[in-house]
Design a protein around this ligand. Sequence first.
Ligand SMILES: NC(=O)c1ccc[n+]([C@@H]2O[C@H](COP(=O)([O-])OP(=O)(O)OC[C@H]3O[C@@H](n4cnc5c(N)ncnc54)[C@H](OP(=O)(O)O)[C@@H]3O)[C@@H](O)[C@H]2O)c1
Length: 317
Amino acid sequence: MTTRQQKIGTGLGAHSTADDVLAQIDLTGTTALVTGGYSGLGLATSRALVRAGAHVIVPARRPAAAEAALRDLPRTEVHALDLADLDSVRVFAERVLESGRPLDLLINGAGVMACPQSSVGAGWEAHFAINHLGHFALVNRLRPALTSSGSRVVTVASSGHFLSDIRWTDLHFRAGYDRWLAYAQSKTANALFAVHLDRLGSDLGLNSFAVHPGSILTPLQRHIPRSQWFEQGWVTSDGEPVAGFKTPEQGAATAVWAATSPLLGDRGGAYCQDCDVAEPATSDDMLVGGVKPWAIDPAAAERLWTLSSELTGLDAF
Ligand SMILES: NC(=O)c1ccc[n+]([C@@H]2O[C@H](COP(=O)([O-])OP(=O)(O)OC[C@H]3O[C@@H](n4cnc5c(N)ncnc54)[C@H](OP(=O)(O)O)[C@@H]3O)[C@@H](O)[C@H]2O)c1
C-alpha cells in the first residue's frame, strides 16, 4: 500500500550526504544500476554506492565520457544507452539480463531540463520521452532482473513538478511550448510512475520511490545561459550558489537513502526529500518543497501507466 506522505524522522536531513546515508550500510555483493551515473548527482551517487561496496552498472548516452568520469572508481561498468531511443533501451536491457544478475537497486537518475522544443521517437515531447518514457521502458525491460526480494527502484523527480500536472489533452505540446512546463510535466510523470510501479511490484517484493534531490548546480542547467542564472535565483551576484542549494553529494543523498534505508523496507510509492518521506506541499515555494497532490494521485498514476504502456508497447508488470 502506498505510504502516507508524512515524515518518519530519520535523523538525516537536507545537509546529509550520500556517504552519511550509507555510513552504517554495507552494500557488498549488491548490484546497482544508476542511469546518469556519470554526471552531477548520478556521479555522486555512483561514487557513494561503490564506496559502500556495491557494483554499479552505469548506462550512458556518451559512453566515452562515462568511462572517463568513472576511471578511478572500481566495481563500475559502462554500457551504451540512449533513453530517447527505445531500441537502445531494449539492447541495453537485453545485455544486462544476459548477465543473469539480479538488480538490487535501480536509480532512474538521468534527465534533461528546459531544453529547446524537440521531439523524439514517434513525435514525443523530449522531456516526457527521455525523463519518463525512457525510464518506463527501461524498468519494464529489466523486470526479470528485479526479482531479488527487497529490490528498490528510485526515480529522481523534482519539485519542478509544482508547475504542471500531466497535460492529458496535449501531452506533447502541439500548441504553446514552454520549456519549464515540459520539464515539470515529466517530473510529475516520474513521481506518478513511482506510485504505480510500487503498487504493481508489491507481489514481487519490489518497492518504488520518487525523490526530489534538492537544488544543485550541475550540467543539468546547460540549456540556460549563465547570464540568466542570477535572474533564475540560482546564484548570488558573485556567481556563488544561493543559500539552500546543495552540493552534488548532498543532492545524491535522498535517492541513495530511498534506495537503501532499512526504515523503508515495508513502505513504498512515496515521494521523498531531504532523506525522509516528504509532507504534502503547503505553498508554491519549490525551495521549501513537499509534494503536490497531482504527483501522488493513485488514479492518475494508473492512467499514466496505461498511457505509457500504449505509447511504448511495454507492460511487464
Ligand atoms: N540539479 C538539480 O538541481 C536537480 C533538481 C531537481 C531534480 N533534478 C533531477 O536530478 C536528475 C539528475 O540531474 P543532474 O542535476 O545530475 O543533471 P546532469 O549532471 O545533467 O545529469 C543528467 C544525466 O542524464 C543523462 N541523460 C540525459 N539525456 C539522456 C538520454 N537521452 N539517455 C541517457 N542518459 C541521458 C546525462 O547524460 P549526458 O551527460 O551524456 O548528457 C547525464 O548523465 C535529473 O533527473 C534531474 O531532473 C536535479
